[in-house]
Design a protein around this ligand. Structure first.
Ligand SMILES: Cc1cc2nc3c(=O)[nH]c(=O)nc-3n(C[C@H](O)[C@H](O)[C@H](O)COP(=O)(O)O)c2cc1C
Length: 192
């Protein structure tokens, strides 16, 4: 089971990265050999906005050439996506939105349908809820099964590590990811 963590923040080691990493690292440490984990940050990546050209309806893939392709391939190949964004003006940041909008190209033949997801948002004070709603809109539209969310508070890089509630929620959602494999094992044992 491939678990992919993505932080949409332009701060490579910021608060969103800290929470997404915490979930992915927990799965990596506590999970059995069946788990393969990867974390990527969108910081430094060139991800242009969707141009609305609709060429993807035919191509079933975004026709623009930039770092979106590499990230999209990883999403298509994962089983569980842990997707986080910082809150900018009560919503996801631009880089995260660009990535999301261009997955329109994966929607035409439902390439992401049936995968699992966890969403993560961070804000300094207000607006985390709308960020979560935007991320949930993305995973729900694509037909991911939703495992839960984490919402953390922090302003400067690393401050979210002091948010003990968010840290606890990270462990809880990571445990849900781990159960996917034990449940699968249980199901296959039942049918033997
Ligand atoms: C352009 C910009 C807009 C922001 N808007 C909000 C906001 O609406 N509400 C809020 O509580 N914090 C806001 N913040 C603070 C960030 O959400 C906060 O610093 C967060 O920890 C950043 O996460 P990161 O370290 O993963 O980038 C904003 C920060 C920036 C740079």
């Amino acid at each position: 089971m491939k678990v992919l963590g993505i932080s949409g923040s332009m701060r490579k080691d910021g608060n969103t990265a800290a929470l997404v990493r915490k979930i992915v690292d927990y799965v990596d440490t506590e999970g059995c050999d069946e788990f393969e984990t990867e974390f990527i940050s969108l910081a430094g990546k060139k991800i242009n906005p969707c141009m609305g050209c609709e060429k993807c309806r035919e191509a079933k893939w975004c026709v623009q050439k930039d770092d979106w392709t590499e990230v999209a391939n990883k999403i298509v190949n994962c089983d569980v996506l842990v997707f986080g964004s910082p809150t900018y003006f009560y919503d996801v940041n631009g880089q995260t939105k660009n990535l999301i909008d261009r997955t329109y190209s994966l929607y035409h033949d439902r390439k992401l349908n049936g995968k699992y997801s966890v969403v993560v948002s961070v804000c300094a004070d207000r607006g985390c809820e709308r960020t979560l709603e935007s991320l949930e809109g993305f995973v729900n539209t694509h037909g991911f099964s939703y495992l839960g969310y984490v919402s953390g508070r922090g302003f400067k890089e690393g401050e979210v590590l002091n948010d003990l509630h968010a840290q606890k929620k990270c462990t809880e959602v990571a445990e849900k990811i781990l159960k996917l494999v034990s449940n699968t094992h249980r199901d296959s044992k039942k049918s033997e």
